[in-house]
Ligand binder design. Structure first.
Ligand SMILES: Cc1cc2nc3c(=O)[nH]c(=O)nc-3n(C[C@H](O)[C@H](O)[C@H](O)COP(=O)(O)OP(=O)(O)OC[C@H]3O[C@@H](n4cnc5c(N)ncnc54)[C@H](O)[C@@H]3O)c2cc1C
Length: 444
């Protein structure tokens, strides 16, 4: 392997979905504009490609967001996934948001605005109509408390590591250098701008640094002395002080059946299912798991080897600086799922479809899940700090957001992107916040 260069015009930290996508798109933009090429870019990762959240993501790709700016951004990202489904291991099976009455109004709005931006979806309202629509897909559908179904015909899911490998190949084909085992320890600054990244294997002088480090973002935030508390102007005009970073733990797992166990009535792979209901949830023995509301998502998945999905996440009740991000994901002693998740998720599967009744014993009892780093309003921050440090802090929305790298690449070359404007850090002080939905998830 070649020596790590002592300087590179662009240093991208993090070889996850955002770091790799930014590198690939930036290389193409540099070449197209005659300003350089992929050899001006190095991506460094302290571990390896996919060592962070991107490598364990469930891989769901959807548009279903209550916030107009998020929906427009997701529609753009889906177009990138659609551009090369094979290389990205993308399965465009669609996505369904199946909801209880408390969410109907929000989801109606989403549907109306999907129509307005030309994003293909079907919306069903009413309890009997929703049930009939779902039975048209799965004859054994039996979920209770449902009064609307939003069926997105685009989107679906992708296989996490396979997509990253596809992106890596595209970036390397453009001449980008991607180096594993290179850990940034410090950012050197001079006159306000970052001049070099100091790593465990040497210092790399740079003109631009892109910070795409997922759950490790608060470390880089601290390296630049950015505020740990963010003043947020509410709709009442009052300033509320919020921690800049908060962690949530995502609970996910796999039922060990053949993925083909979940084909639809026509024998095809179904859309990704996401259900939120307020019906009581009972386990196999008829004991109450929760009064509700609760929610799950699931899909057949060959790389996980079964029916894979998740339950509602929980907030990590610690200050961000006290949360142990390493070891990450399934290697974490603190943030992997256990018996409570197995019981709730398998009970919820059986609540939705008869074929899952009595199957709770097939849950794979292996470490899974992981944490994500969330911003003060749980929506992304895409912004430049210290003159030349571009942060891609997706607030854990981001595996699906492969298109963000394409937009960031343009911004790095001075072309401001309207789709990214609603995600600047200044929105907190200005009170330009995204609307909040009635979803139980911090990411809807
Ligand atoms: C369990 C789980 C399931 C999820 N499911 C979905 C989903 O279905 N759909 C969806 O859209 N999103 C999902 N997400 C969210 C999504 O995975 C993340 O938002 C996204 O992957 C973040 O990508 P990233 O490139 O910013 O960071 P990451 O993928 O986390 O990559 C960051 C990289 O930075 C490296 N790094 C960190 N510190 C340093 C350092 N000091 N020096 C050098 N390198 C460093 C790490 O090694 C890592 O490889 C899920 C998240 C989790 C945890």
């Amino acid at each position: 392997m070649s020596e790590l260069s002592s300087s590179s015009k662009y240093v991208i930290v993090g070889a996850g979905i955002h770091g790799l996508s930014t590198a690939w798109h930036l290389a193409k933009e540099l070449k197209a504009s005659g300003q350089g090429s992929g050899s001006d870019i190095v991506v460094i990762d302290k571990t390896a490609v996919g060592a962070g959240a991107s490598g364990i993501a469930c891989g769901v790709i959807r548009n279903n967001y209550y916030q107009p700016a998020m929906r427009e951004l997701m529609a753009h990202s889906v177009s990138i996934w659609d551009s090369d489904p094979e290389a990205f291991s993308f399965h465009p099976v669609g996505y369904m948001q199946i909801s209880h009455e408390g969410m109907r109004e929000d989801v109606t709005t989403i549907y109306e605005q999907q129509k307005a931006i030309g994003y293909s979806s079907t919306f069903i309202e009413g309890a009997a109509e929703s049930d009939a629509y779902m039975k048209g897909i799965f004859h054994d559908w039996q979920a209770k408390g449902i009064t609307s179904v939003l069926h997105e015909h685009k989107g679906g899911y992708a296989n996490n590591m396979a997509s990253l490998k596809g992106l890596l190949a595209k970036a390397e084909a453009e001449g980008v250098q991607v180096r594993s085992g290179v850990e940034v320890q410090e950012l050197e600054t001079n006159g306000g701008a970052v001049t070099a990244v100091v790593t465990n294997v040497g210092t790399i002088a740079c003109e631009h640094v892109v910070v795409a480090v997922g759950p490790w973002v608060q470390k880089f935030w601290a390296m630049l002395d950015l505020p740990t508390v963010t003043p947020v102007k509410g709709s009442d005009g009052v300033i509320h002080e919020r921690p800049t970073w908060t962690y949530w733990a995502l609970q996910e797992g796999t039922l060990g059946v053949d993925p083909g166990y979940l084909v639809d009535n026509d024998g095809n792979m179904p859309p990704v299912i996401h259900i939120d209901t307020d019906a009581p949830l009972l386990d196999d023995g008829g004991e109450l798991v929760t009064e509700g509301p609760w929610g799950i998502y699931y899909k057949p998945d060959f790389s996980f080897g079964g029916i894979q999905g998740g339950y509602v996440p929980f907030i990590v009740d610690k200050e961000a600086s006290e949360v142990a991000v390493d070891p990450y994901g399934p290697a974490s002693p603190d943030f992997v799922v256990g018996d409570d998740f197995y019981r709730a998720w398998t009970s919820a599967l059986a609540h939705c479809q008869k074929r899952f009744e009595g199957k709770s014993g097939l849950i794979k009892e292996e470490p899974s899940g992981g944490i994500g780093s969330f911003t003060p309003d749980s929506f992304p921050v895409f912004d430049q700090f210290s003159e030349n440090a571009y942060f891609i802090a997706d607030s854990n929305h981001g595996y699906k957001m492969m298109g963000v790298g394409a937009l960031v690449a343009k911004e790095l070359l001075g072309d401001t992107q309207a789709l990214l404007e609603p995600f600047r850090y200044s929105r907190y002080a200005e009170g330009k916040l995204h609307p909040v939905s009635n979803s139980p998830y911090p990411w809807s």
